[in-house]
Structures are given as structure tokens and as C-alpha cells.
Design a protein around this ligand. Structure first.
Ligand SMILES: [Fe+2]
Ligand SMILES: [Fe+2]
Length: 178
């Protein structure tokens, strides 16, 4: 129930999400020029989500000088770049969330790459949602980003790896909260 409420809140926020000057300042502070190009390919609502994740990461990791703060901030800002390959409408996102809640197996079955009208567009949105970690990792790799960043982008929904990386655990927690 808590998860569903959080999802609804996330969708509601996505409707009105807007990058503000203070958000652009966070991007300027932590990302280099190539990373910024990747960041600004995402839709504004996803950009805003990533800045929110970065702010949460900053709070969680704030008291931990042993962690690489700047790497974690980059990972938070870039973790969803795999969603920027195509424009996904809010309606498609709502459908995706609803179908996945109903049955994750059905979402897997419906997911297909490619863009054509109607059902195919929706199936493509499902494909991107389900594979954006992998898609984003290859974008990060092609852009020459560090191995660590590629790892975080690829695995930011992979809870099986949490025990092996405290940084990944923080990123996943912050993502869930936003
Ligand atoms: Fe994600
Ligand atoms: Fe995310």
C-alpha cells in the first residue's frame, strides 16, 4: 500500500515537475560537459527526478566521508539516462506503472523495441522502462564514462547486488524514495 501511494505521488510530481535554477546549479556542479549532454537528453520530468535522487543521496551519504560523494552524485544525476532514447508520454508511464502493478510478467511479455503507432508505441515504452538500466549503461559506455558510473547506471534497479556495494544500495534507496 505504501508503495502504491509513493508511486501515485511520483506520478503526480511528474505532472508538474520542472527544472529550476537551483536544479541546474546541481547539474553544473557535479557533471562535466559530456555528462551534461547525456543529462539534458532526458525529459524534464526525469531530469527533475534525478536531481531529487541526487539531493536524497547527498543527505544519506552526507555523514559518510569514506564514500565517494562526487561519484555518487554523478550516478544519481545520470542513473535514468536510458529513458532518454525515446520520448515517453505521461500516459504511457501511467499504463506501464498500472500494468506492472497488475502483473510484472505481463509487462515483460508486452515489452518490444521499436516505434510505430498505437499498441507498438506503448509496448516500446514498456521495453524502455524495463531495459533502461541496460540501455543507459551502453550510452554511458559509448560516451566514455567511468566503469563505476556504467556499473551504477546498469544496476540501479538490481537489488540482488546491494550486498556487494554500499554506494549502489544508497542509490537504490534514494531512487525508491523519489
Ligand atoms: Fe530507473
Ligand atoms: Fe530513477
Amino acid at each position: 500500500m505504501v508503495k502504491i501511494i509513493r508511486r501515485c505521488r511520483q506520478l503526480f510530481r511528474a505532472l508538474f515537475a520542472k527544472m529550476e535554477p537551483k536544479d541546474h546549479a546541481v547539474v553544473d556542479r557535479y557533471l562535466n560537459e559530456i555528462e551534461k549532454l547525456l543529462f539534458y537528453r532526458m525529459q524534464p520530468a526525469v531530469q527533475k527526478h534525478c536531481v531529487n535522487v541526487a539531493e536524497t543521496v547527498s543527505v544519506i551519504a552526507g555523514a559518510r566521508p569514506d564514500l565517494d560523494h562526487s561519484l555518487l552524485m554523478k550516478a544519481a544525476l545520470l542513473h535514468d539516462i536510458g529513458k532518454s532514447g525515446l520520448k515517453i508520454s505521461l500516459t504511457d508511464r501511467i499504463w506501464y506503472v498500472l500494468v506492472r502493478k497488475f502483473s510484472s510478467g505481463l509487462a515483460q511479455k508486452l515489452a518490444r523495441p521499436g516505434k510505430s503507432p498505437l499498441m507498438s508505441r506503448l509496448r516500446n515504452a514498456f521495453y524502455i522502462h524495463l531495459n533502461h538500466g541496460k540501455i543507459g549503461a551502453s550510452m554511458a559506455q559509448n560516451a566514455g564514462l567511468s566503469e563505476e558510473l556504467v556499473f551504477f547506471v546498469r544496476n540501479h534497479h538490481n537489488t540482488n547486488l546491494i550486498s556487494g556495494s554500499e554506494e549502489l544500495e544508497i542509490l537504490i534507496r534514494a531512487d525508491e524514495l523519489n
